[in-house]
Design a protein around this ligand. Structure first.
Ligand code: SF4
Length: 459
């Protein structure tokens, strides 16, 4: 049965065509005409699931068509798989990292760094013409295979199975071992026994729990960053210098600063200027990912003028209720069904995961390895429970959230064990209603959203 697909309206085309080109790291560009053509012709043909209207799986009938940045980030997401294949054909090196870290050293070493979610997208982007359910089934089958081949106890959010099978040309699996994630370091070790023995492996060891101000810890992590860069250089055959790292830090600081500005601007508005998905996109663009730092930065640079225009004119994000209940979502690799939450009269105004690393500005004076190590050890999300909760409370207050949901994935041991304690501190200090639920990575389960709906109703 053919599914109803979302189509961008021709009425918005003229304005979109006046926006900037996307400029990629290799100097090539995608003009607005090319992006528009992709999103209206090639994309729906190749990836119908991304255009299918199906609110139970988070896919909207009303999208924010008049905000050019959001069309461009959709273009970057949909073309990621093809771009990664092309990058490999051109001899580019690709590293698999984890979700809770920044990518400055990989950029310095001329290596594309992909988080688990993007590794998954790279793989799933190789399947064409699938609807939402077919696409979800492919993801589920992959996950079942990895539960079987690795362990059913890990969350399997990461894309190890794709790499183990040799489906994806990843050169090195080298994540930081930050506290948030119990799966990622385990996964690196599991690779040592897998069929794909060609991939290089390295855990960038991260001193855990209240070490942020200790000189030994900063020195130790800085040494590990140097080792990481050395390993990346073995793959690329180049020599990364301190100047290269400083240049990468400056580039990423620019992205982080822009995303912080955009988030502050969004939070300052009386009326939410975009929907929940799009607010999240603006706050995470500062990671400069989508497999191309320069492309992300070029999209991010023009976003501020579009958002400022909306805030100034009191424009409400399309499809939102008047005065929606403001929710803040906590936890790693999690989300709620934003479209259904909005239909229930709410909006997601913030998340801690990801936002913590966007806030990690790095000093630009002095030893760049030391400075990067220091900033990394200070990620708010990686601190002890009280400190993490205090930072989260600040974000909740800034975003004027009225309810907090903590979600942890099956197999995500750190988040599962600390969720109660974090939420208790938040509740004690703010009095805001909170609740916690466990979830499995993959489909948007209807029962899961029923609980979110009930929470919104209670608010
Ligand atoms: S869900 Fe938890 S264990 Fe799994 S990848 Fe994310 S942070 Fe790591």
């Amino acid at each position: 049965m053919s599914k109803k697909l979302f189509r961008y309206s021709e009425a918005n085309k003229e304005k979109f065509l006046t926006s900037d080109d996307i400029t990629f790291s290799d100097g090539s560009v995608a003009t607005p005409e090319e992006v528009w053509h992709y999103l209206t012709e090639e994309g729906p043909e190749k990836y119908p699931h991304a255009f299918e209207i199906n609110i139970n799986q988070g896919s909207r009938a009303i999208r924010d068509e008049t905000f050019p940045t959001l069309l461009k980030t959709q273009y970057l997401a949909l073309t990621l798989s093809d771009r990664m294949e092309k990058a490999k054909d051109n001899g580019k090196s690709i590293a698999f990292i984890q979700g809770g870290q920044t990518i400055d050293p990989y950029t310095a070493a001329d290596t594309i760094a992909l988080r688990p979610f993007n590794v998954g997208n790279w793989n799933h982007g190789r399947h064409h013409g699938k609807n939402i359910n077919e696409n979800a089934q492919i993801r589920k089958e992959k996950k079942e295979k990895s539960y079987h081949d690795m362990t059913f106890e890990a969350c399997q959010t990461a894309g190890y199975e794709h790499i183990q099978e040799g489906n994806l040309r990843v050169d090195i699996v080298a994540p930081y071992t930050t506290l948030r994630c119990s799966d990622v370091s385990y996964g690196v070790e599991a690779h040592r026994h897998g069929p794909n023995q060609n991939v290089k492996l390295y855990n960038v060891d991260f001193p855990l729990r209240n070490q942020a101000d200790k000189p030994w810890a900063i020195e130790y992590f800085s040494k590990n960053l140097r080792k990481l860069v050395g390993l990346l250089d073995e793959t690329t055959g180049r020599t990364t210098t301190e100047e290269d790292l400083l240049k990468a830090i400056k580039l990423h600081n620019e992205g982080r600063r822009l995303s912080i500005e955009l988030s502050d601007l969004w939070w300052s508005a009386d009326i939410p200027p975009t929907n929940s998905d799009d607010r999240q996109t603006l706050s995470s663009l500062g990671h400069l990912e989508y497999g191309d730092t320069q492309a992300s930065l070029s999209v991010l640079k023009e976003a501020k003028k579009f958002l400022a225009e909306r805030v100034e004119n009191g424009v409400k994000g399309p499809g939102l209720a008047d005065n929606p209940k403001r929710l803040f979502v906590l936890g790693s690799c999690v989300w709620v069904n934003n479209a259904r939450s909005e239909a229930d009269g709410a909006i997601i105004v913030g998340k801690d995961d990801g936002w913590s690393t966007v806030n990690a500005l790095v000093d630009e004076e002095g030893d760049p390895f030391y400075n990067l190590a220091k900033a990394t050890l200070n990620y708010p999300y990686e601190q002890g429970i009280e400190e993490r909760a205090r930072w989260t409370i600040d974000q909740i207050k800034k975003s004027r959230a009225e309810g907090v949901i903590f979600i942890h994935r099956w197999g995500c041991n750190t988040q599962a064990s600390i969720s109660r304690a974090v939420v208790d501190v938040i509740k004690r200090e703010t009095g805001i209603p909170t609740y916690i639920h466990e979830s499995e990575f993959g489909l948007q389960h209807e029962q899961e959203h029923n609980r979110v709906s009930a929470f919104i109703e209670m608010l």
